[in-house]
Design a protein around this ligand. Sequence first.
Ligand SMILES: Nc1nc2c(ncn2[C@@H]2O[C@H](COP(=O)(O)OP(=O)(O)OP(=O)(O)O)[C@@H](O)[C@H]2O)c(=O)[nH]1
Ligand SMILES: [Mg+2]
Length: 166
Amino acid sequence: MKNRVMIIGGVQAGKSTLMNTLLGKESSANKTQALVYDDWIVDTPGEYVENPMYYRNIMATSLEVTHVIYLQDATSARSVFPPQFSLGIPKIQIGVITKIDAPNANMERAIALLKNVMTHGPIVKTSSWQKLGIELIEPLIQLTTQEEIRQFVKDRDSPYLMYCSQ
Ligand SMILES: Nc1nc2c(ncn2[C@@H]2O[C@H](COP(=O)(O)OP(=O)(O)OP(=O)(O)O)[C@@H](O)[C@H]2O)c(=O)[nH]1
Ligand SMILES: [Mg+2]
């Protein structure tokens, strides 16, 4: 299987904007109503994680991907994921923080919230608007072992990238 990533996160957290930025496309201001498959990315509606009724859709869709992006809005004080949510999805975990350009972005809070969701893995700090941290994501989707991912984080030595382990 070609490596592919599913993006999950809360409503309005910036999932679709991130997907479009990664694929070099214009962002449409539309709310995502259903799964969107485009090239190596699967975008999901925020409702999929906000409403437990949809968890089965996340599980089913995860079978089609190699990686999952757990996305946290830097301007949001809450996590939409249940604690340790990634334990239920046996795919490679990547944490992404969005909207770090926003005046009310809170990096420490976003990292702490992601650490409640992910057991381990890289966390990328991004702004789709200012194109910060974005170029780190596609290479991460090429990597399949934690060893490779740790090494990548070390080699890049980027302020937008860290590795978390618990
Ligand atoms: N400041 C800032 N705002 C952003 C950024 N990326 C997205 N947004 C804004 O966040 C809002 C939601 O963006 P979307 O990408 O549609 O969010 P989504 O997660 O796909 O939302 P749903 O499809 O409803 O689940 C929009 O108003 C975007 O313009 C960013 O990098 N910085
Ligand atoms: Mg969307």
